[in-house]
Write a protein that binds this ligand. Structure first.
Ligand code: ADP
Ligand code: ZN
Ligand code: ZN
Length: 723
């Protein structure tokens, strides 16, 4: 067989194509390896995708300049995963592959392994000169410990010349780094004894096997899912194996990490957006080297180059933050399931409010369903009640019964949580004389009033301006905030309960104070206080002394145009309700609404998510919506709405395939955002594969279109937002 002389290379460019290069005589490369190549006048970092390709006749290829490390930056399974994801999400392969590299390696920096080469003996038997004692000793040392690094050999008293000499003689060769010695600290805690319900669930979890399986762990809030994950890994994961636990961004608090570290010591490694480039490279290399870590990470952790991954857990699998909102729009959860499939290992999806996708898969028998419907320890599920606020006098959005309930809780020395779905002071500033409302000059939205710094801000672009006291249109002084934001609720509560600390948790307060953890210190101390906050409070927190949760207004999701809105509303309300009564004392939830007879809200009071999910799935089936059909959105944005619609209109005939249904093109709900006019075309099909083929075709066509620089398009497969 002749040596392949050409290679197809992916570059970190938003281009749906690869580039061919010549492999110089003295070089060997394999798919997944990192190289330097000339590109125009630049030198770029590339990843080898294929070798042995035949370039078109008459074209002289430029040579690959350098191989950046002897090992594969993307091992085969990770490479395969990314290639699949590139096709599934219709995102250029180059960008997908580079997403899986730490920033330093994307930029072409050397990986540490480059200086620290790893060695093993070869099959060659060439006699060494009788007096070459050191070389003999070196060869023996390498044969005794294949994979030993240059660094370790130097520490043992050998030098680089001796190593080079053995290498030149063909007696040793470079190899993959080996598992490092386990100098890890062990965890110290055994954890509580599992309750009978937890034990039954634990028995039903997949055994460590070499088979793919997907399990949906539906466990109500506070049922002890986390405890169950810990138990599972303790029981099933062997000392030399890797595991991955995916969590939504907000859940990766020091508290959660500490909980895992108590069980597994330094085997627990974290991966999240706050790591710096050095830490990223370090962790990435540890995973790549096969260190038997248990990695807890957010979305992108699923793309790390694991080499011995034996278990995957996706916690709060319904959380919308698993879907990347821009660029490579992958779902961490769905990629995790595919990864388990490739790796032939179990994946466990856990949630108190599973996504309708996973619930559907469980009902169809694709996922094994485990139900855990009792709270752990002595805690009972909270009692949920609706409070109709039509024609009730409100104190900045809070009704008298709500305020009384908060007062009662505080008197008992307990804590209350008030959930508001909007940050800022008020979502609207309105003139009560002329009806004028302040709008963002760049978006089709209203400006939110932020009282703390007297600013009007757009929550969709970065526009802000000073707030005015009078109506900018008619100068009337009757210019007032309308509706509730967290700041306003905080202010009202401070007036009503002057002696009680109020803790506000939203994007503004956490950005100012640096972290949610510092803010929550008061809550964690257990003293009476009132927590006011957005979604951020709904997710995963364990506040044992919170016994009352009140929802200021539940109606947002009831009448939205987005087909996912009811699902998300129900999930948020149940998750936030789940913060009540997690400790010894029972919890209560009060939901203020103007639609207390709405069937969704009524079912919610029963606290039975399974029944709600069934009900919501029936509606999706009737509407022929996901998960009963595959969906993708083509979005266009341009300087005018006409240009956006025109582009999508030109695509529409190409989508007229059998079995594909299209809706639109239509302007997006927020048609203008940051002065860009946005439109969308929704595509649905009963056959995912057919939709995928069609999208490939459409993307190829769009790539070839000569579009004005200001006109952009993107494709979003399995969109989370359809507005
Ligand atoms: P989830 O992840 O389902 O919300 P957690 O695992 O965080 O639940 O458990 C909720 C609370 O119950 C935690 O405070 C946890 O320490 C406690 N807990 C869990 N399992 C047990 C158990 N078997 N015995 C006593 N307490 C438990
Ligand atoms: Zn006015
Ligand atoms: Zn704006």
């Amino acid at each position: 067989m002749t040596r392949p002389s050409t290679a197809r290379i992916a570059l970190n460019r938003p281009l749906r194509r690869l580039f061919d290069y010549r492999i110089p005589e003295t070089m060997t490369v394999s798919p997944g390896q990192r190289v330097k190549v000339p590109f125009g006048r630049q030198t770029l970092t590339g990843l080898v995708v294929e070798t042995g390709v035949t370039p078109p006749d008459g074209i002289t290829l430029k040579p690959i300049l350098e191989v950046l490390e002897p090992w594969l930056a993307l091992p085969a399974a990770t490479f395969q995963l990314l290639s699949w994801a590139s096709d599934y999400y219709q995102h250029p392969l180059g960008e997908c592959l580079f997403t899986a590299l730490p920033p330093a390696l994307r930029r072409g920096r050397p990986s540490q392994q480059k200086q620290d080469e790893h060695w093993q003996g070869t099959q060659n038997i060439a006699p060494l000169p009788a007096n070459a004692h050191r070389q003999k000793a070196l060869l023996e040392a390498i044969q005794r410990a294949p994979g030993i690094s240059t660094g370790e050999l130097v520490k043992a008293g050998f030098n680089r010349t001796q190593i080079k000499s053995l290498h030149d003689k063909g007696l040793i060769e470079l190899t993959e780094p080996q598992l490092p010695a386990c100098n890890q600290t062990a965890g110290t805690v055994e954890g509580p004894e599992l309750s009978p319900a937890q034990l039954a669930a634990a028995k039903d979890l997949p055994q460590a096997t070499d088979r793919f399986s997907a399990t949906l762990l539906y466990g109500i809030t506070g049922s002890g899912k986390t405890e169950l994950y810990l138990h599972y890994l303790k029981q099933q994961l062997q000392a030399d194996q890797q595991a991955l636990i995916l969590v939504p961004e907000i859940n990766l608090t020091p508290q959660t990490l500490a909980r895992f570290r108590r069980y597994f010591g330094s085997r627990i490694v974290a991966w999240h957006s706050a790591l710096n480039d050095g830490e990223r490279l370090d962790t990435w290399l540890r995973i790549r080297n096969g260190e038997p870590v248990i990695l807890i990470g957010t979305r992108s952790a699923v793309l790390l180059p694991f080499t011995n991954l034996r278990a995957i857990i996706v916690d709060e699998e319904h959380d919308s933050s698993y879907k990347q909102g821009e660029g490579f729009r992958y779902s961490g959860r769905d990629v995790a399931v595919y990864r388990a499939h490739l790796n032939k290992c179990p994946v466990i999806l856990g949630s108190a409010t599973p996504s309708l996708e996973s619930w559907h898969n469980a009902r169809q028998g694709k996922y094994h369903l485990i139900r855990l419907e009792q709270r752990a320890g002595n805690a009972l599920p909270p009692e949920v009640a609706l409070l109709d606020i039509r024609s009730r006098p409100l104190e900045a959005g809070l009704s008298r019964p709500t305020l009384n309930a908060i007062k009662e809780v505080l008197t008992r020395g307990e804590q209350a949580l008030v959930f508001v779905n909007r940050r800022g002071f008020a979502p609207i500033m309105m003139c009560f004389d002329c009806g004028h409302m302040e709008e963002c000059p760049r978006c089709d939205t209203r400006l939110t009033y932020h009282r703390r710094d007297r600013a009007m801000r757009c929550h969709h672009c970065d526009f802000q301006m000073a707030a005015s006291h009078t109506c900018p249109k008619c100068r009337s002084e009757n210019f007032k905030p309308v509706g509730q934001g967290t700041e306003r609720t905080e202010e009202t509560l401070a007036e009503q309960f002057p002696d009680t600390p109020i803790v506000r948790v939203d994007r503004d307060s956490t950005q100012r104070k640096g972290s949610i953890q510092g803010i929550l210190a008061k809550v964690n101390s257990g003293e009476p206080c009132i927590l006011v906050g957005t979604q951020m409070l709904a997710k995963g927190h364990d506040f044992p002394n919170v016994t009352l949760v009140t929802v200021v207004n539940a109606d947002g999701g009831l009448f939205s145009v987005d087909f996912r809105a009811p699902e998300q509303m129900v999930q948020t309300l149940l998750q936030v309700s789940g913060r009540a009564g997690r400790g010894e004392k029972p919890g209560k939830v009060l939901i203020q609404t103007c639609h207390s007879d709405h069937p969704l809200l009524k079912s919610l009071c029963q606290g039975n998510y399974a029944a709600l999910a069934d009900q919501l799935l029936t509606e999706r089936q009737t509407g022929a919506l996901p998960p009963f059909r595959a969906m993708a959105i083509l979005r266009a944005e341009a300087d005018t709405m006409q240009a956006s619609l025109q582009l999508l209109d030109s695509i529409k005939p190409k989508t007229a395939a059998n079995g594909i249904e299209t809706w639109g093109p239509l302007p997006a709900v927020i048609a203008r955002k940051a002065d860009r006019h946005r439109a969308q075309l929704i595509l649905c099909s009963n056959h995912r594969r057919q939709l995928n083929h069609l999208l490939t075709h459409v993307c190829q066509y769009l790539d070839q279109c000569k579009l004005p620089a200001s006109t952009k398009w993107i494709v979003d497969v399995d969109p989370q937002e359809t507005g």
